[in-house]
Design a protein around this ligand. Structure first.
Ligand code: ZN
Length: 549
């Protein structure tokens, strides 16, 4: 029999259906499972064989589930990369300084990679991105790339040369993130700004051992620190997945990983995804890591004006983004995933892409309920027409919004879409009132804000609805702490078909438990934003504990 232990605090928020949270102060755990909830008095009567982790007055809660993250990308991004994010870098000279000072750590000719946050042009004092010429002032011998988020980047002259992007460069029709574009000046010369092309560049790569280190540290720093115990991971590379598998085998995987195989990014064809076992070595228990589904991109992002919307982009009459594949491809993907027991998750930022997907799925008989029910990533972030949500119900899809985007770019919709962009931004109150079960997720990627992977920050976004600038976005769409907590625990677990295993402190479920100082139900909303768990248990193992324990 596994050894039992008790995690004791001042109170428990179970997020379970019992409704009797007030009775308990602790959780009894055996191996990787929750046995039952207990009172402090009961805990004193347990025999000496039971370990007691006494966290005083802290509040115990279930570990968070982040249903949509690009964990490997973030771990890689942090590796040998200069952090150029605003507000710490507030001006173009700040950016150039940060890049310059990192040069001494690199070998001659090695790529200098700067990572900025999304909508970086809006966040810099100058209101624009640095130019190719400005990057050239750092070096003309070394390739330099400044990634303003993951859709748009600026290259210096050497980087353009190394990537083969010159006057006669023929832009490829597709990349894994969307339709590539090279911005040119009036004479046809590339300006250095490129869109949706990062995946086509010869950027440096860590070897397998460096990557395993980068992933272990990155998962701890970006997820465990904030109490995330399960990650819905959009896969990046096979070697990255295998690194996670190896960490799991060594008992060192910080969070359990549910992977959506990104095609064509990770596996180039649907056939390969179907037969993923022939291509990916996964040996660790499913509890730790498993292949959950298939991830496709049907459109791009708002920042690159490539999300497929039902209106025109401001200043670009006739341009409304495009849908990256056709109905025949979607049909194949839909049927293949059903047959293979995989969950289809399709990225669709724009309302036109979402409507199109739903109509196609309705034609195919609708998404099947259960663990593999189809998801539409980013549905719920921008809902200009209420009828789109009717299509969601008819298609039977799960909308997967990202509350942190309220802060990151909620305010910029009208800049890209005019009047149309003022309609239906993150209408969580409306959707919950209509009976939708929503999840929260970070979609952390290249260029995310520092707080992006902190679910308490995401909960704060749901409650406060404040944008980066400080302005509020449709405050009547705010939801309560308990509603927001469900989005990041039990309802997130449900999005991945795991509500019977995770997302609440319920007997028999996996022991994913976190503890925080104070009672979040009684704190001012702004204090919730900066909460950090002092204790994290994942699958019955203590991943983070107070320094004096
Ligand atoms: Zn994503």
């Amino acid at each position: 029999m596994s050894k039992e232990s008790v995690v004791l605090g001042g109170r428990v928020i179970t997020v379970g259906s019992g409704g009797d949270d007030d009775r308990w102060q602790g959780v009894l755990v055996s191996g990787d499972r929750i046995v039952r909830l207990i009172t402090r008095a009961e805990a004193q009567d347990l025999g000496p064989d039971v370990d007691i982790v006494d966290l005083g007055d802290q509040t115990l809660m279930p570990g968070f589930v982040d249903v949509h993250a690009h964990a490997e990308v973030v771990c890689r991004t942090a590796y040998k990369t200069v952090d150029c994010r605003a507000p710490e870098c507030g001006t173009i000279p700040d950016v150039l300084d940060s890049l310059s000072s990192y040069q001494s750590t690199l070998a001659p000719g090695e790529w200098l990679v700067g990572q900025a946050n999304l909508f970086f042009d809006r966040k810099l004092k100058e209101g624009r991105l640095p130019t190719r010429a400005e990057l050239d002032t750092i070096s003309t011998n070394r390739p330099i790339i400044l990634r303003a988020g993951g859709h748009i980047s600026v290259l210096n002259s050497k980087a353009l040369e190394m990537a083969g992007i010159g006057r006669n460069f023929e832009t490829p029709a597709h990349s894994v993130t969307g339709r590539p574009e090279v911005i040119r000046d009036s004479s046809g010369e590339p300006t250095g700004v490129i869109k949706e092309m990062d995946s086509l560049l010869p950027l440096p790569n860590p070897d397998a051992e460096e990557l395993r280190e980068a992933i272990e540290q990155g998962l701890q720093n970006y997820f465990t620190t904030y109490g995330v115990t399960t990650i819905g991971e959009i896969s990046e590379t096979i070697v990255g997945l295998e690194c996670m598998n190896d960490l799991a085998e060594m008992g060192r995987l910080p969070a359990s990983i549910r992977t959506y195989l990104w095609s064509p990014g990770t596996l180039e064809s649907l056939d390969k995804v179907k037969n993923w076992k022939d291509h990916i070595r996964l040996t660790a228990p499913e509890r730790d890591i498993r292949i959950q589904g298939l991830k496709l991109f049907s459109d791009g992002g708002f920042s690159a004006k490539s999300a497929a919307v039902n209106c025109c982009y401001v200043g670009h009459p006739g341009s409304s983004g495009s849908i990256a594949f056709d109905q025949y491809f979607l049909r194949r993907a839909f049927l293949m995933t059903q047959e293979a027991g995989l969950q289809l998750a399709v990225h669709a930022n724009g309302d036109r892409a979402q409507d199109w997907l739903c109509k196609m799925v309705i034609k195919l008989g609708g998404a099947k309920a259960g663990r593999t029910r189809m998801r539409i990533e980013h549905a719920g972030n921008f809902l200009p027409n209420a009828t789109s949500a009717d299509l969601w119900s008819q298609a039977g899809i799960i909308p997967v919004p990202q509350p942190v985007f309220i802060y990151t770019f909620g305010e910029y919709f009208p800049d890209y879409l005019g009047e149309y962009g003022l309609r239906g931004r993150f209408p969580f109150r409306t959707l919950l009132d209509r009976g939708w079960r929503l999840s929260g997720s970070s979609d952390v990627w290249i260029g995310s804000e520092r707080e992006a992977t902190n679910p308490f920050f995401s909960i704060w976004c749901c409650m406060k609805r404040q944008a980066y600038s400080g302005n509020f976005i449709d405050p009547d769409e705010a939801i309560t702490f308990d509603e927001a907590l469900r989005m990041h625990t039990i309802d997130a677990a449900a999005t991945m078909g795991e509500e019977d295993e995770k997302g609440s402190l319920t007997p028999g479920k996996i022991a994913d438990i976190i503890a925080i100082d104070g009672d979040p139900r009684r704190m001012p909303v702004d204090d919730i934003r900066s909460l950090r768990p002092g204790f994290v248990m994942a699958r019955g193992r203590v991943m983070l504990s107070p320094p004096d324990m």
